[in-house]
Design a binder for this molecule. Structure first.
Ligand SMILES: Nc1ncnc2c1ncn2[C@@H]1O[C@H](COP(=O)(O)OP(=O)(O)OP(=O)(O)O)[C@@H](O)[C@H]1O
Ligand SMILES: [Mg+2]
Length: 364
């Protein structure tokens, strides 16, 4: 069952169309993330759902009820904003209990609920502290406990981890996911950080310029981006420009790269008159020393482009390489650092990848 239903919502600020005809729904207990670059309309979408902005068009339903005309406090949502907005003069306990008091929660049950929430976010024992005497991560947890305390139907999180440093962010990301799953809350989390979106959410909605570009499970979005924008926004990518050819058939066709070599790529659903580009993810490229062929290996099943290693960087678990190919292009390659790699700059290699590792996207 869908807890949140957003249908064709639009919001303008004067000339600016912040959100345009956006529709999506969130099933009970799911975590969905809105991902996109700065200014694409993520926060506005969240604020419309929370009732802080009014719609210019469309409608929003929460638990089958139209939210039209409902004020924020009349909607069953919990909010967590980027800056936490904790009350500095209140203790941790008072901060967490704040929303309960304002929603008419029975007074004598408040301490129990607050204690439960603090235990959930692992802050038991810090009840009497004030926000100024907490670390950034602890403050973030207080804000989360406060948002969860009223047991809202829907949790709306806007860049919940962005104020934290990278390492803490990674740790808290895992915890946040565990907590949201533990309470089974239906959650929309806004982020411009693709790693955060991909690791927190079961489903990702990629936005650009106020509209939805693509929606899907993280693995789908990464493996089958619908556009160049999505492919570039999520993960690293190498691009080949050129022209789609015919044959050899059975689901694959040729792609004539402008550098002069030919690739075998999956046959796209050809539509319109626009061109195509081919994207290959760095970790899908294998480096082989065998100097064979002229753009394709003998079996025809694998693409093999000759090149020269330009740069090798050992980055812990991964080795990042750049390989120069015909026309001076640099191709990024990521290999697992499993001990036996001894690549050197200047080495002649072949970049090998299967047709299935080529993502063909329409241009324009
Ligand atoms: N109150 C406002 N008045 C005028 N324009 C606004 C207002 N709020 C948002 N906008 C504009 O609407 C667009 C979408 O803004 P929004 O805050 O939703 O983006 P966002 O995706 O959350 O970006 P960020 O990642 O930077 O937080 C932007 O162009 C922004 O400048
Ligand atoms: Mg925002």
């Amino acid at each position: 069952m869908n807890v949140v239903e957003v249908e064709g919502i639009t919001k303008r600020f004067g000339e600016v169309v912040a959100v345009e005809d956006v529709s999506f729904e969130v099933a009970r207990g799911r975590i969905v993330s809105l991902l996109g670059p700065s200014g694409c309309g993520k926060t506005t979408t969240l604020r419309l759902i929370a009732g802080f902005e009014t719609l210019d068009a469309g409608r929003i339903r929460i638990s089958d009820e139209d939210m039209h005309g409902r004020r924020p406090y009349e909607r069953n949502v919990g909010l967590l904003f980027q800056d936490y907005a904790l009350f500095p003069h209140m203790t941790v306990e008072q901060n967490v209990g704040y929303g309960l008091r304002h929603r008419g929660f029975p007074r004598d049950e408040t301490p129990k609920r607050v204690a439960e929430m603090l235990e959930l976010v692992k802050l038991s024992g810090l009840e009497q502290r004030r926000p100024a005497h907490l670390s950034g991560g602890q403050q973030q947890r207080v804000a989360l406990a406060r948002a969860l305390a009223t047991q809202p139907e829907v949790m709306l999180l806007d860049e919940p981890l962005s104020a934290l440093d990278a390492k803490l962010r990674q740790e808290l990301r895992v915890e946040l996911k565990e907590i949201l799953n533990a309470v089974g809350s239906t959650t929309i989390v806004v982020t411009h950080d693709q790693e955060e979106a991909m690791s927190l959410a079961e489903e990702v909605i990629v936005m650009d310029h106020g509209h939805i570009e693509q929606r899907g499970r993280p693995v789908e979005i990464y493996a089958r981006p619908a556009s160049k924008f999505v492919a570039e926004f999520i993960g690293r990518s190498n691009w080949f420009e050129g022209r789609l050819g015919d044959g050899p058939g059975s689901g694959v066709c040729t792609f004539q790269c402008k550098e002069g070599f030919e690739l075998i790529v999956p046959e796209p659903a050809r539509s319109g008159s626009g061109g195509y580009e081919v994207c290959v993810r760095p970790e899908r490229v294998a480096l082989e020393s065998a100097p064979s062929g002229n753009g394709r290996d003998t079996s025809g099943a694998v693409n093999a482009i000759p090149g020269e290693v330009l740069d090798v960087a050992w980055l812990g678990a991964d080795v990042h390489l750049f390989v120069r190919i015909a026309g001076g292009r640099r191709i990024a390659v990521v290999e697992k650092n499993v001990g036996q790699t001894n690549r050197r700059a200047g080495e002649r290699v072949h970049l090998c990848f299967a047709p299935a590792d080529c993502i063909v996207v329409p241009t324009g």
